[in-house]
Design a protein around this ligand. Structure first.
Ligand SMILES: [Zn+2]
Ligand SMILES: [Zn+2]
Length: 109
């Protein structure tokens, strides 16, 4: 049987098909799956978001979890942890927003 190639649905690379159709050879696939329960989004790394915990999320769920973090930090019993809050707003949110916007624009076009 001649070698067959197919495009990986996750990363878009041309990948050699091994044996049965649909079984792709290992190609160091650079995509990650969102670990949010029930979410099946799987995209290349530059379209996903990695949290400090090392887990990967799609931009939508990344935004959701970051918003929840902010709310709980803000509502912290004694006083809000403004250092952590500004770090999230200054360093994490801009990137998340940019990725989510890029995703929406791709959907729209
Ligand atoms: Zn792949
Ligand atoms: Zn997700």
């Amino acid at each position: 049987m001649p070698n067959q190639w197919a495009r990986c649905p996750d990363c878009g690379r041309a990948v050699l098909i091994e044996g049965k159709p649909g079984i792709m050879t290992l190609h160091g696939c650079p995509s990650r799956e969102c670990v949010y329960p029930g979410c099946r989004v799987k995209k290349p790394l530059d379209r996903m978001v990695q949290f400090a915990s090392g887990e990967w999320y799609c931009p939508n769920h990344g935004l959701l979890l970051t918003a929840k973090d902010l709310v709980s930090l803000y509502r912290a019993e004694d006083d809000a942890d403004w250092t952590a809050i500004s770090k999230i707003i200054g360093e994490e949110l801009p990137d998340l927003v940019a990725r989510t916007e890029a995703r929406e624009q791709r959907k729209a076009s």
